[in-house]
Ligand binder design. Structure first.
Ligand code: UD1
Length: 363
């Protein structure tokens, strides 16, 4: 069974790494890895390959940045000949980035089975590019591998037949569990000069937070107030850095410590040692829940409700300076449990599902 995996952007790498390692152990599979090049900075891509022990991609499409339409189209144009040359038995796409949608569409049109890892998540906010990517990718996919029970319910509500849906759990947690000892060994709090368990960690990159000067200013001002008493570390996404500069908001950061984007292990170590995480990322909502670290999600909605219902996540739709400052103590007090299927074995269940679906029954 020849599997072609697609990765494009930072949140894809930690989902594909454990799955490729699992398929490597199963003689029925051969694998190819295609990197679309949506993310290309050393700190957004190469650092993750190293940390996660991934082999170099068999092809890099080098599409780079662009508008949604341009980026999606470039991925499609570059991916099609590679896929047609390789003729895989299935294309595996993960998550919800533009590369996910683009490659699912190319494969589906050529009749190549598509498996979507992390299927069924819905924010119900169609102003998010990721929501559109998720909706369309799931419609096109033959095998929908869900990370949580709510995801399966979303798919059924959209009329997707049961036979295409498999609950496999959260594959990102496989990577987290495998890498946590190495991440802890880095001693990130000490390296960053902050007290273990006594600092805040912030990440931000969603258009809804960083593309509007007033909204971005409110968040940065809240961080600056917090940073007067508790260190606030802010590894900054390149997109956010661009916007802070364009809006002339560097001054609003106050004592917040801006860092370069961190690698996978560095970030995991930094999250594990934090008192509280502020984020608009999907992955960090899950990683904080898996680690039992309190998290405030600065968004109107979440496609990962299990992190709020069962985990340590607090959703904060009101991102005014006052609301952010007011939520801190309540958010820090929140405890949670580990959701079903976040047990480090999702990649095994995905491999089983691929074998059963493509190979006519588990070997
Ligand atoms: C993308 C995903 C988003 C994911 C995020 C994680 C889509 C629609 N969005 O958003 O779901 O949460 O990745 O990071 O697919 N840039 C660089 N270097 C890079 C990559 C990007 O400088 O290696 C800058 C460029 O200015 C680029 C901008 O960041 O225009 C945005 O990059 P893009 O891949 O379009 O979207 P992200 O905001 O990273």
């Amino acid at each position: 069974l020849k599997i072609l995996h697609v990765v494009g952007a930072r949140p894809n790498f930690m989902k594909v790494a454990p799955l490729m390692a699992e398929l490597e152990r199963r003689p029925r599979f051969t694998q190819l890895l295609v990197h679309t090049g949506q993310h290309y900075d050393e700190r957004m891509s190469d650092a993750f390959f190293r940390d996660l022990g991934m082999r170099a991609p068999d092809a890099n499409l080098e599409v780079g940045s662009g508008s949604h339409a341009a980026q999606t189209a470039e991925v499609m144009k570059a991916f099609e000949p590679v896929m047609l040359r390789e003729r895989p038995d299935a294309v595996v796409v993960v998550g919800d980035v533009n590369s996910t949608l683009a490659c699912a569409l190319v494969a589906a049109k050529e009749g190549v089975p598509v498996a979507h890892v992390e299927a069924g998540l819905r924010s119900r906010d169609r102003t998010m590019p990721e929501e559109l990517n998720r909706l369309v990718t799931d419609q096109l996919s033959d095998l929908l591998l869900t990370p949580s029970r709510d995801a399966g319910e979303n798919l059924r509500a959209e009329g997707i037949p049961e036979s295409r849906i498999r609950f496999v759990g959260n594959v990102m947690i496989d990577a987290l569990r495998q890498q946590l000892p190495a991440a802890e060994a880095l001693g990130m709090p000490e390296r960053l000069g902050v007290p273990r368990g006594g600092y805040h960690l912030a990440t931000l990159h969603r258009p809804s937070n960083v593309d509007h000067a007033g909204q971005l200013r409110a968040i940065l001002e809240a961080f600056a107030v917090l940073a007067e008493t508790v260190p606030v570390l802010f590894p900054m996404h390149p997109r956010t850095r661009k916007q802070v500069e364009a809006f002339g908001l560097s001054g609003a950061l106050g004592a917040t410590r801006v860092l370069e984007p961190l690698g996978y292990r560095e970030m995991l170590g930094a999250v594990a040692g934090a008192a509280l995480v502020f984020t608009d990322s999907g992955g960090l909502q899950e990683e904080t829940t898996a680690l039992g670290v309190p998290c405030v999600t600065l968004r109107d909605s979440t496609e990962r409700p299990v992190t709020v219902d069962e985990g340590t996540n607090t959703l904060l739709p009101d991102r005014s300076r006052e609301a952010i400052l007011a939520v801190v103590e309540r958010a820090k007090a929140k405890t949670g449990r580990i959701p079903e299927g976040w047990d480090g074995r999702a990649s095994e269940r995905i491999a089983d599902a691929l074998e059963a679906t493509l190979g006519g029954g588990a070997a």
